[in-house]
Each structure stands twice: as structure tokens, then as C-alpha cells.
Write a protein that binds this ligand. Sequence first.
Ligand SMILES: C[S@@+](CC[C@H](N)C(=O)[O-])C[C@H]1O[C@@H](n2cnc3c(N)ncnc32)[C@H](O)[C@@H]1O
Length: 248
Amino acid sequence: MEPYYYRLGEVYDEENKGLIADIPFYLRKAREYGGPILELACGTGRLSIPLAREGFDVTGLDISKPMLHYARKKAAGLDISWVEADCRDFKMDREFAFIFLGYNSLSHLHDLDSLERCFSRVREHLRDDGHFAIDVFNPNLTLLSRDPDKRFLVNTYEDPLGRGMVSKWESNEYDAKEQVNHIRWYYELGNEEFIEKLDMRIFFPQELDALLKYNGFTIEEKYGDFEGSAFNKDSLKQIVVCRKNEGG
Ligand SMILES: C[S@@+](CC[C@H](N)C(=O)[O-])C[C@H]1O[C@@H](n2cnc3c(N)ncnc32)[C@H](O)[C@@H]1O
């Protein structure tokens, strides 16, 4: 069977259909900052599409052809520019009022070079008065230190491609040197089982703030949830909104 999660937009959307709390947040921020808007790592357009429906000029960029293919299909009739590119390495001849990297997508960039390249691209494409937002997890130490030999049930759902019920299990092993959480997903579908790997960089709060600071950004707001609560030690998320520094 072919790889599943990030490759098949239908499956990604099915697995994330309960994830809606961030949509009103990005809509509020878009109304505050205006367009044009660039979503980096836009996936199936889960966030880009509601923004375009509100009339914003939206560009969605992602590295995955199949995710973008499904995004295009879902967005039929909407005027969204879809760009297949790496968020570390792209050039567009325009600037944006609002750029964001939602739903833990920064965690796909594991090393300093990748992060610096991505932040440089953001600065190049952000208007001087523009805003840049990121949301990533606040590291959950209990989850990171789970026994790597144990599997935990994530969810069960009807395969959107009509192949029956899917059970998704996961294990993880955290590399505390590289700060990368090596996640393994085990999908059971009928008599088949297949494994998918996902490696996610973990960002500790002070580290994320420092990375932004030393890459030319000033943090304006840091929230701990999408309702806009101030970030605190118990927050599940780190949602940061920043501006680029003068001359950046
Ligand atoms: C967790 S999904 C988020 C998708 C979408 N933003 C959302 O909120 O549903 C992460 C996305 O990052 C994309 N991605 C991973 N590495 C990338 C890179 N270097 N450049 C651009 N996109 C990347 C994946 O293809 C995937 O669509």
C-alpha cells in the first residue's frame, strides 16, 4: 500500500476533521492585518480556503504535490494561488501583509540551517508593516518520554477511499540531543498493517522566542490557545505573532 497520511489529502482531512479551533483565529488575524496572505505549508487548504471564502487574496504554498492536488480540488471556484515549493527555498515577485505557518508545520524543519532559510524567505516576502504567525506545540514532556516500545491508539475512522475501517496507533521516541520526536504511525486496515514515519522538531518556548529574535523578528503577541489566552507554563500551544525588524 502507498504511504498514507501526508500523501493523501482525503485521509489528512478525515484525520483532522475535528481540528477547527484555529480557523477563527486565523480569520480574526487576517481581518486585523489584511491581505495579501501567504500560508506556508498549507497542506489541503484547511486554513487557506476559509480565508479565501472571506474574500482575502490567498496564496498557499506546500511541498507536497498530492496535498496541493486535493487542495485545488476542494477550492474549485475560489481564486487561490497554489504554489508547490519548499518553504526554505521559494521566490515570488510580491510581498504579503500576513504570512503564517500553522498547525505545527515549523516542526518539519529540523535543523538550524532549515529554520534560518525559512525565516529569510519570510522576511523577503513580508511587507515592512506585515505580520508573521507560527503555531507549534508547547512541548509535552510526558508524551515525549513515553516508552518507545508501546503503541497508543490515536483514532479509528472509516477510510475515506472506501477501504473499510482504519485503526491508527502510534509510538514515539524522542531524541533529546537533536530535539526531534520520531513518531511512528501504525495503520491497520483490514488484514494489512503499514507504518508511516513522521519526525517532528520540538521547540521549547524560550528557544522559539530566541530563534525568532535572532532571525530578525520582534514578537508582538504570544498566545497559549486559539481563543487568545496569554501563553503560560500550562499552555498546550505556542502561537506567536511577530513583525520583522526594520531593514529586515
Ligand atoms: C501538519 S500539515 C499542515 C497543513 C495545513 N497547514 C493545515 O493546517 O492543515 C504540514 C504540511 O507541511 C508540509 N511541508 C512539510 N515540509 C515542508 C516544506 N519544507 N516546505 C513546505 N511545506 C512543507 C506538508 O506537506 C504538510 O502539508
